[in-house]
Design a protein around this ligand. Structure first.
Ligand SMILES: [Zn+2]
Length: 373
């Protein structure tokens, strides 16, 4: 704060200034390379003189310049900005923790982020292992703190990148650790079992939050630039800035993370024994010890050590059940297998709050094996 007061009289420049604490960025856009170089050199010189007058020194070691453009022919062209010598040119500068690149695809940033998320995921895996066997609520809280905080940093800037898929793979693995599900489990079931909406909905939520802040706060940099403001006021117009387009769509549609999760769930086709509905909290059964929570969710998803799955994975020679049924699936074990007649009611109570009569009716309607109720 004191530093900002100290440098409050920093001279105006032709290029736009973006400052955060002692980090200052100058942005100038023009079709001609020499024009960009001249303007930035002059502006940098002006700032260096101001700093020198107030007994501050420009850190030349930390100062870099970068050009952002889509012209591949000029991909190797380097900007020549000079102030007390030529400023080094960087292909991938890191500004406020985000690694940028020439085409703003954020590939390098997301690759680095994937490595961070994978490291945090390993810690979670240890917590969920047989030694610790942490409860689902502990794992979920740890995942939100360790993994999602890092994975959502500056998300409105890079969330439209095609490279987010790499990050989503790592985040889906995190949901598998929380729910105790196996790798072949369908992705759409994981957010429901872990009480955590999918990563793209988290990012849309962050974008909407930022857009609303920019719209309401007149001192916000995005508001001053009239990017969000002008576009949202005339949402029918076509704007080149992807953030604005994305934000306008979210605001116009009245985006809500839970409603979006429920809308996506309506088009999903969960297994018959999957009787949980989407929420932003863990489903019933999460208070159970880790081993039981795992078994419960594998029964819900139908992916586990069942005859059907073991046969598909070439571990067993037949998918048949010992009761004579053609296929030993999670559905069969849940609703029809005779051995679990008495345990069935206790187990099904953990699935949902559905009334017993509806469960009994369901199992009788789908009678398949001789040992059915
Ligand atoms: Zn059976």
């Amino acid at each position: 704060m004191l530093f900002n007061i100290y440098i409050s009289e920093i001279p105006d420049t032709v290029s736009i200034q973006y400052g955060y604490a002692d980090d200052l960025a100058l942005l100038f856009s023009h079709k001609c390379w020499s024009q960009v170089e001249d303007v930035l050199s002059l502006d940098m010189q002006r700032i260096a003189e101001y700093l020198s007058a107030w007994r501050l020194r420009l850190s030349t070691a930390k100062t870099t310049c970068t050009a952002f453009h889509l012209n591949n022919r000029e991909s190797s062209r380097k900007l020549a900005v000079t102030v007390n010598g030529t400023i080094p040119y960087t292909q991938n500068p890191a500004y406020l923790g985000v690694t940028l690149d020439r085409q703003l695809t954020f590939r390098q940033h997301l690759e680095g982020l994937c490595c961070k998320v994978k490291a945090s995921k390993c810690l979670l895996r240890l917590l969920a292992g047989s030694t610790w066997g942490a409860h689902a609520s502990v794992l979920r809280t740890s995942a939100l703190g360790l993994v999602y905080t890092a994975a959502e940093y500056a998300a409105p800037a890079w969330c439209r990148s095609i490279h987010t898929k790499k990050l989503d793979v790592a985040l889906n693995d995190t949901l598998r650790i929380i729910s105790g599900c196996l790798k072949p489990t369908r992705r759409e079931l994981l957010p429901v079992l872990s009480g955590n909406p999918p990563a793209h909905l988290h990012r849309d939520h962050s974008t909407l939050k930022l857009a609303l802040q920019a719209q309401l706060n007149t001192n916000h940099p995005l508001h001053t630039l009239s990017i969000v403001h002008s576009f949202l006021a005339h949402s029918a117009c076509i704007h080149d800035a992807p953030f604005c387009r994305h934000a306008a769509v979210l605001i116009k549609s009245g985006f809500n993370i839970l409603e979006s999760l429920r809308a996506a769930w309506e088009s999903a086709t969960p297994p018959a024994q999957f009787l949980v509905t989407p929420a932003v909290c863990l489903p019933s059964g999460s208070e159970l010890p880790r081993s039981l929570w795992e078994a419960l969710n594998r029964l819900r998803t139908g992916v586990g050590r069942f005859g059907k799955c073991l046969y598909r994975w070439s571990i067993l020679d037949t998918p048949k059940c010992i009761c004579g049924a053609e296929e030993q699936s999670a559905n069969h074990l849940t609703f029809f297998h005779p051995t679990f007649l008495f345990d069935r009611f206790k187990c099904l109570m953990l699935f949902t709050n559905l009334h017993f009569s509806s469960i009994i009716q369901h199992s009788c309607m789908e009678k398949k094996c001789s040992g059915c109720l």
